[in-house]
Design a protein around this ligand. Structure first.
Ligand SMILES: Nc1ncnc2c1ncn2[C@@H]1O[C@H](COP(=O)(O)OP(=O)(O)OP(=O)(O)O)[C@@H](O)[C@H]1O
Length: 377
């Protein structure tokens, strides 16, 4: 396994991404919530992703290096306590997880199927995240002017706003793990997934990945609305690092899985959100990944497709090393995952079973001061 800085990440490692993917990922990476945030050029991924050199350039809205954002105590052993009076330990054993005071809103009513994916206990972790810190840096104005800079200076305001999206995250994921990632809006879930996919270089810390990654980070990443479904299959496959011949081999199977019929020959912009998700999911799962990243990818799918997607994920997990699933649906996390982390404000709050993490998180939201402002669980 090679060790590379983020600035010179190349294709020798796990997740190979092309310029097409990088360009297509830009809007997702740079979907800013702060004015003035600009898209950032995505980079290739590699087996080992480390923070770039301290003087690496940071585009607006991008993750940046330096600036003391690294927590010395970061990692699995660190428990953030963002809300007083309710602090489940970061590495709380599953048995110690607090029981919910009320039933979780997304409780699963049907009996839970235990996910027992093949695990080699002696194998090194499929993914190792070490003291990962990611800080976004955005400017306040889209086009800063000298006048606005002087006004800001006069007021003693900084022209750049930093968002500490991930703060010293440390955890390992062993083979055979389907890891659910739970957390409130803005907790850092998508940032973590982008970092794992190699789209976003760490500000500091390190990610080690053993294997090929296929990522379904958000709807239509790597896709082009003007191209047909079929053309987008080729684009998506190339973006995931396959050759044209390899994509062509799988194209029919992907089309069948997506069940889009004649829509496969129509432009993607004519698809509903659910249809586009079906295509994106079909492409990602047919890349035969060792590690699959799925970020809220199934939210728009209908019930039948969700079932089919779950069955496909099961199948993948019998050969894939690991899967990461971000979802606001605790039911999906409980249903599909055999391990979970809960992150809050960029810090690891808890590692445990999906049930235990979901229960602790639900309880946290119920007593937290933001409980009424959060729409999702
Ligand atoms: N491109 C960006 N530029 C600046 N800040 C960003 C950018 N992307 C995300 N952030 C900030 O980073 C933090 C974490 O965002 P992230 O999207 O990772 O959260 P999340 O847990 O996925 O949230 P949600 O559940 O709402 O999707 C938030 O405070 C967000 O405002």
């Amino acid at each position: 396994m090679s060790s590379l800085s983020a600035s010179d990440m190349d294709t020798q490692g796990a997740a190979r991404r092309t310029d097409a993917q990088a360009a297509a990922d830009n809007p997702a990476v740079a979907a800013p919530d702060a004015p003035g945030a600009e898209p950032q050029a995505a980079t290739d991924s590699s087996a080992v992703v480390e923070a770039p050199a301290a003087d690496a350039p940071a585009a607006d809205g991008s993750a940046v290096s330096g600036e003391g954002a690294v927590s010395d105590e970061g990692g699995a052993a660190q428990a953030a306590t963002p809300q007083p009076g309710d602090e489940p330990p970061a590495d709380a054993p599953v048995e110690d997880a607090p029981a919910p005071e009320t039933a979780p809103a997304a409780a699963v009513t049907k009996p839970r199927i235990e996910r027992t994916y093949p695990v080699d206990p002696d194998a090194p972790p499929a993914v190792s995240v070490q003291d990962l810190t990611i800080t976004y840096r955005t400017t306040f104005e889209k086009v800063p002017t000298i006048k606005s800079a002087i006004v800001r200076l006069g007021r003693g305001e900084r022209a750049v706003r930093e968002v500490h999206a991930l703060q010293g995250l440390t955890f390992d994921v062993m083979e055979g793990t389907a890891l659910g990632i739970i957390g409130a809006n803005g907790a850092g879930k998508s940032t973590l997934m982008r970092a794992l996919a190699g789209v976003l270089p760490p500000t500091s810390g390190r990610i080690e990945v053993r294997g090929e990654i296929s990522s379904l980070l958000s709807l239509g990443v790597g896709f082009n609305g003007a191209l047909s479904g079929r053309e987008n299959v080729m684009l998506g496959g190339l973006a995931q690092g396959l050759t044209r011949a390899q994509v062509a081999e799988r194209a029919e199977e992907i089309a069948e899985f997506a069940e889009l019929g004649d829509f496969m020959d129509l432009p993607l912009r004519t698809y509903s959100a659910g249809m586009a998700q079906r295509l994106a999911f079909a492409v990602s799962v047919h890349m035969e990944p060792d590690i699959l990243l799925i970020d809220e990818a199934l939210s728009a799918g209908d019930a039948r497709f969700k079932n089919k997607a779950a069955a496909k994920m099961d199948e993948l997990m019998s050969s894939a090393r690991a899967m990461f699933l971000v979802s606001h649906s605790l039911a999906s996390i409980r249903e599909l995952c055999n391990d979970a982390i809960w992150i809050h404000e960029g810090r690891l709050m808890m590692r445990g079973t999906p049930q235990a993490c979901g229960d602790a998180y639900t309880r946290f939201l119920e007593v937290g001061e933001n409980a009424f402002t959060l729409e999702d669980l």
